[in-house]
Design a protein around this ligand. Sequence first.
Ligand code: G6P
Length: 423
Amino acid sequence: MFENGELAAARFHEPLIIGVGEKNYFLSSDVLGFIEQTDDAVYINNGNFVLINQAKLQIFDFDGNVIKPEITKVSKEFADVYKGDYAHFTLKEISEQSDTIFRAGESTKEALKEAVDYLRHSKNIYLTGSGTSYNASLVAKYLLAKYAKIKTESIISSELQFSPDLIEPNSILVAISQSGESADVLEAVNIAKKSNCKIISIINSLTSSLARESDIVIGMNCGPEIGVAATKSFTSQLIILYKIIQELNEEIKINFEEISSSISKILEEHNLIKKIASELKEISDIYVLGRGIHYPIAIESALKIKELTYIHAEGIAGGELKHGPLALMDTNVFVIIINPEDSTYQDTLTSAREIKARGAKIIGISDKNSDAYDFWVKIPKTDELTYPISETIPIQLLSYYAALEKETDPDYPRNLAKSVTVK
Ligand code: G6P
């Protein structure tokens, strides 16, 4: 800021957005910084400068040429940033999922169809993301192989720079990101573009940097997610993947109403889940075990527990138990067993018994009870394809209530940021 009150700002990779109010301007890295004041935004391009005084906004490029400000109307959806009656945004966002799943991909139906066309005809397809969005890409890899016979490779965004040769030229990169601003994801996109790849992205924030870098954009449309730990954006990502699978395989008919009512039923189990959460207060290690499609959910569950409760948590592929993790099982640990009654059921039940024999406490997430479980969280019976959504909800709730028990801040966990715009 200059002495005369004039403000200067510059964008160097990380986002810079100007909110244009009636009598004032706002500078922010995220529209959420000013959305309660104005929904008119100017997205500043990388390397550009801004000068703001009482009277006007001026934008220049790196050579000093004047750039005309282009105002974008930010979706009104993003104005819904109030907690309402909920104690925390995280709880609000978990609770919204029976509705938000209906909106996933709805504003960009044509883009979804176009994306499906590319997926159908492309030889090499890569999926990328960070954190929860990467975990969604692991589910996608599994679903595309099993239900559409399409082979893909899932790559952690921050890892791509170390093996850019993984990417075959002229391929497809599907980038998944709630914010569309994660620096690691943007870099992965950059690397893929150098190999002339088409970029299909699945994003919640449709005005983000990633949206502008992409050839095809599919919107999660789940409204602003304020809680740092991703919840509703994850289930929206899964729903978009289901819609893609449905387009690719006409034998698959997904009942979205049924998914929504399963979510509502699980959300009624607050008291049971609170009770289990109170048992986790003094625990230092939690393992989450699942097989097949439930393994990526086990990984995502462990991430949720870590982020919200600061308890060490790890996702285990059921069959790997005997290759190491069994050595860790004793009376001090809790193990969450993701075990709906599908093709993985019997093997996973056997794992549960092996763990129980070592004295660990077991939380079974299943439509069927078993004497192997110390606590049983019932989920409604669905088909194998859609279980991942029903099994995610209780673990989000459990992580939330365990955070309250541990008196951590569920919305803003220590040391973490909602969108990591730096490398
Ligand atoms: C941060 C957040 C995570 C999120 C990840 C990816 O680390 O704390 O919750 O999963 O970024 O965010 P994105 O916006 O790219 O999905």
